[in-house]
Write a protein that binds this ligand. Structure first.
Ligand code: ZN
Length: 245
């Protein structure tokens, strides 16, 4: 298969990358591939820029989310060729602790694919021992540069913690992790929606701090400049991720 590269940050709607791609497809056709017989997307592979630092990893996350928000996702690294390429080993550039909410599909909203992101998910994006261990594995062993705690608007886990209502099964075991954030913003707003958003943001900040504080492994990587632990909020309505201070 002919592999054609689309530079990071470019999309098929950009004149330069479109010209470049069309030119390469013409060459592929001259070489015996009938472009019309193969879905266009399968004819090219996306190449990430070199990512060796936390800053470069965060830049690619921001760039990918911008492509998604702009409706210019290239859907990189989602081919069978990429699947086979990373089947023997993985080297994700970012690790994410996200909520399990079905409206927060991490690879889609950052416009990434197979092998790019080490994603851990739990309702309320909470740092449990299992999540912490997973993120240590994703960073220390696999080399991800930027563990990102990703909360989102209208989070059901945060809302349930605020209400404190009785719930069936083990659901209430989530509350203990989120309650400190709810307590911290209590009384700051009389508006229920604003209170929920503030609590979700505070929860991200607290989980992000907890990640750094409770893991000597991660702290060591941060001290060496190999890692940046960051928090962000995903807006369900716009698709945009805003990084928190
Ligand atoms: Zn949620």
């Amino acid at each position: 298969m002919t592999r054609t590269t689309v530079p990071a940050g470019a999309s098929l709607s950009d004149p330069v990358s479109r010209r470049s791609l069309l030119g390469r497809l013409a060459l592929a056709g001259a070489g015996g591939i009938v472009a019309g017989a193969i879905p266009a997307r399968s004819l090219f592979a996306f190449t990430l820029p070199p990512i060796g630092t936390p800053a470069e990893a965060l830049k690619e996350l921001a760039t990918g989310n911008q492509r998604f928000v702009d409706g210019k996702s290239v859907g990189p690294h989602r081919s069978m060729a990429r699947l086979k390429e990373v089947a023997p080993s993985q080297a994700p550039f970012a690790a994410v602790l996200a909520c399990a909410d079905s409206r927060v599909p991490v690879e889609i909203l950052f416009d990434q694919g197979f092998g790019d992101m080490f994603v851990c998910r739990a309702a309320g994006n909470i740092v449990t021992p299992e999540m912490l261990a997973s993120l240590e594995f994703g960073t220390l062993v696999l080399g991800a540069k930027a563990p990102l705690v990703l909360g989102h608007s209208a989070c059901g886990a945060v809302k349930a913690t605020i209400s404190g209502d009785a719930v069936p099964g083990q659901i209430s075991t989530l509350y203990q992790y989120i309650q400190p954030a709810v307590d911290r913003i209590a009384g700051q707003s009389k508006d229920g929606k604003a209170e929920l958003e503030a609590a979700a943001r505070e929860n991200v900040r607290m989980q992000t701090r907890l990640l750094g504080r409770s893991s000597p492994v991660l702290r060591g990587l941060v001290r060496e400049g190999k890692l940046a632990i960051v928090g962000g909020m995903y807006d369900l309505a716009s698709g945009r991720v805003a990084m928190l201070d």
